[in-house]
Design a protein around this ligand. Structure first.
Ligand SMILES: NC(=O)c1ccc[n+]([C@@H]2O[C@H](COP(=O)([O-])OP(=O)(O)OC[C@H]3O[C@@H](n4cnc5c(N)ncnc54)[C@H](OP(=O)(O)O)[C@@H]3O)[C@@H](O)[C@H]2O)c1
Length: 311
């Protein structure tokens, strides 16, 4: 008997209106993969950017597409060459594959082992699902920028999904952190360990007031801020963006997060050590992914949005 599953799918590029919940075949478990029974998935802006067709030049999409790259769930089956995981293991992944097709907004997803780590034991399923993509992005960017003890870093977009991880990880790496957000999120940034500054007109002066000699690194998690970045960077400092290729013309690095099991294990351990907090602001059921995308598209969520797939 061929087994099926409920999944969110779309058959063509577009806005939230192209999404529906359909019955799909359960994915096969190829060598190098495990099949995960999904408990929670989380939303990232890349999900709706791919759906819009905006990243079609970068990655092939095969329709119907099941969107979603973040997952927390339980191993249901292991691939023929996979000794390191067993049925019943609780896992998390930034389950990006080489093509866009079988994502995490479904009851089951096949996940490459190279993307997989054990779920932080102390985290809820919601928190666990919200960790991988945003956490890995922040960690990989900060490491590449040389953020460490006795350095200072400005984080543009410090109250977002990536930004909140970035503030905490930069502190963990030993850096002083200045983070931009609207005023309503300043207390949150202080709690996480950053000196908050309001973005918009006058930002350069506000950062210079806190760091008169400039900052050693700038991590841009928003885009459209290259001029501010270059104006506050200390001599010899490094900067990079995950949201704006224009940094390339200004001596910066244009960065993309890569699935990495070792990095994800580091983050999972950090959560269990009580040193990294995952902030989930809203959870939507599987049949309300369109609403979850609309919420994410507003661009002002102070944390992560989660999809509740199953208990
Ligand atoms: N290249 C990669 O590998 C990669 C990986 C992950 C994400 N990204 C991209 O990075 C961006 C952020 O992702 P995310 O998941 O963190 O998004 P998110 O959670 O949706 O970000 C929302 C946050 O952005 C803040 N924000 C909005 N406009 C701002 C501005 N002008 N200055 C400072 N903060 C501002 C908001 O703060 P306020 O409410 O206080 O305004 C809000 O807290 C997205 O464009 C995403 O596609 C790229």
């Amino acid at each position: 008997m061929t087994e099926t599953m409920r999944a969110v799918t779309y058959e063509q590029f577009g806005g939230p209106e192209v999404l529906s919940v359909t019955e799909q075949l359960r994915p096969k478990v190829a060598p190098g993969e495990v099949l995960v029974k999904v408990r929670r998935a989380s939303v990232n802006p890349v999900d709706w950017k791919i759906m819009s067709g905006g990243l079609d030049a970068l990655m092939d999409s095969y329709f119907p597409v099941v969107p979603g790259w973040d997952v927390a769930g339980v191993v249901e089956q292991v691939g023929i060459d996979v000794p390191e995981f067993s049925v019943g293991d609780e896992v998390i992944a930034y389950a990006r594959k080489d093509v866009v097709h079988g994502g995490t907004f479904a009851e089951y997803v096949s996940v490459p082992v190279r993307t997989l780590a054990r779920k932080p034991r102390s985290a809820s399923w919601e928190e666990a699902a919200a960790l991988p993509l945003a956490g890995l992005t922040a960690y990989q960017v900060l490491r590449r920028l040389g953020v460490g003890p006795n350095t200072s870093v400005l984080i543009h977009g410090a109250s977002g999904g990536v930004g909140q991880m970035g503030v905490q990880i930069a502190r963990e790496l030993g850096a002083r952190v200045i983070g931009t957000a609207s005023e309503g999120n300043h207390d949150l940034l202080r709690e996480l360990g950053a000196d908050p500054v309001t973005y918009g007109d006058g930002l350069v002066e506000r950062v210079r007031e806190l760091a008169p000699g400039g900052v050693d690194a700038v991590a841009d998690f928003v885009g459209g801020v290259v001029d501010v970045t270059t104006a506050v960077l200390a001599e010899g400092g490094h900067h990079g963006s995950i949201a704006d290729p224009d940094v390339l013309g200004a001596g910066g690095e244009w960065m993309w997060v890569r699935p990495d099991a070792a990095d994800l294990t580091y983050l999972s351990d950090l959560v269990d050590a009580g040193r990294l907090r995952v902030n989930v602001v809203e959870t939507f059921p599987l049949d309300a992914v369109a609403d979850a995308f609309a919420r994410s598209q507003e661009g002002h969520t102070a944390g992560k949005i989660v999809i509740d797939v199953a208990d």
